[in-house]
Unconditional design. Structure first.
Length: 380
């Protein structure tokens, strides 16, 4: 629940004076309102902002009204609007504020202005505003398109920033701010909605960033529909049964007789996402001679006041994480491409298909696209 600041905190502090004026204890008021122990103290101290109906209920019990609540309060110089994500300038940087579990978390975005931050947030807001005129069949595509466009705007605006940080500390938090959505979605579980929207948006980001460049090299990178996925699976004659709806992004290459399927890109924001379907599919594809790379933001941080998005790929020394071993030792995927700058790339002594690579969005002609093109040239 949000914490009160500034003028609002002073206003809530008046609740205590009004209660004490009639000689009513905190516990007695909680008894009347059927509240658990401690709630009145949290309201009066401003640690938690009560709803309007809760304020009205308290005022009723102490025989007061809104005029009494406003007595002796100075005129506010400014009103601080409580949002799920906000920002303030600090020299040449912007400090992004957001709630993270029980913490009021801070993340510093270097070489950023408040105007740039607001421009990116407005890109999301304006994209989601299209939901007002959309029917149910369009809503999911509008949400994923809005998130994808906002992220690509952010990485273009701040090319030196960690892409994974922008995804995890900025885009996700902004999406979960209900005020960035039309009001008719006020009761939406935004964190739950993000699980689907964020996954689809990542696929769009991959295709939009690399698709045009890869086409110039004779490779098609695209999101296929359900019928196309089923057709691909039916034509591959894989030894193991795999589910078509688990295919993320498809790779085909141009030949003299048309496009030919040669692989699937597995798109994941984090290793915490369910991978039980991806590994069997990837192994089946690899055994049949197809490419099956993992493309990830590798988002992972511990709730704190100053969280660090370290990811889960870990170090490259003896303390290697199980996630690194899955790729470098077990070869579950045809390479792994991480967009978290905390990732340490695998040593060049490993085979290319067992390496973890570090990427960003500065140029689509990078290690990921070159890897894909080289693989196609080898198998065509």
């Amino acid at each position: 629940m949000p914490e009160a600041h500034g003028y609002l905190k002073g206003l809530l502090a008046n609740l205590k004076a009004l209660r004490e004026r009639v000689g009513l204890s905190e516990s007695a008021l909680e008894e009347r309102l059927i509240l658990g122990p401690g709630w009145i103290n949290r309201f009066e101290s401003g640690d938690t902002v009560p709803s309007i109906d809760m304020v009205l209920a308290i005022l009723h019990e102490v025989g007061a009204n809104f005029k009494d609540l406003l007595d002796s309060l100075p005129e506010p110089e400014s009103i601080e609007l409580e949002r799920a994500i906000s920002a303030e300038e600090s020299g040449k940087d912007v400090i992004i504020n957001f709630r993270y579990s029980k913490f009021d978390a801070l993340y510093k975005l270097p070489n950023c202005t408040l105007e740039e931050f607001e421009e990116v947030i407005k890109t999301l807001r304006d994209g989601l505003a299209r939901l007002i005129r959309a029917d149910k069949t369009q809503s999911e595509s509008i949400k994923s398109d809005s998130v994808a466009r906002t992220f690509l705007t952010a990485v273009t605006r701040w090319p030196a920033a960690n892409p994974s940080d922008l995804w995890w500390f900025l885009i996700y938090r902004a999406y979960c701010d209900p005020y960035n959505h039309p009001s008719n979605f006020a009761r939406l579980d935004f964190a739950q909605s993000w699980k689907r929207t964020g996954g689809w948006a990542l696929e769009e980001i991959l295709v939009r960033h690399y698709g045009p460049f890869l086409r110039t090299r004779g490779v098609n990178l695209f999101i296929s529909n359900a019928a196309q996925k089923q057709n691909f699976i039916g034509s591959l004659r894989l030894a193991d049964r795999i589910e078509a709806d688990k295919i993320d992004v498809v790779l085909t290459g141009e030949t003299s007789t048309g496009a030919r399927f040669f692989g699937v890109v597995h798109v994941k924001a984090s290793f915490a996402e369910r991978r039980t379907d991806d590994v069997p599919m990837s192994m089946a594809l690899k055994q049949a001679g197809y490419i099956s790379p993992l493309w990830t933001m590798d988002c992972k941080s511990t709730p704190s006041a100053n969280p660090i998005n370290r990811g889960e790929l870990g170090t490259i020394d003896a303390r290697r994480s199980a996630k690194r071993k899955d790729i470098e030792d077990q070869g579950y995927f045809t390479g792994c491409f991480s967009y978290n700058s905390h990732t340490r790339p695998s040593p060049a002594t490993l085979p290319p298909e067992r390496r973890i690579y570090l990427c960003n969005f500065s140029n689509p002609d990078d290690v990921f696209s070159r890897f894909i093109v080289q693989w196609w040239q080898r198998v065509r």
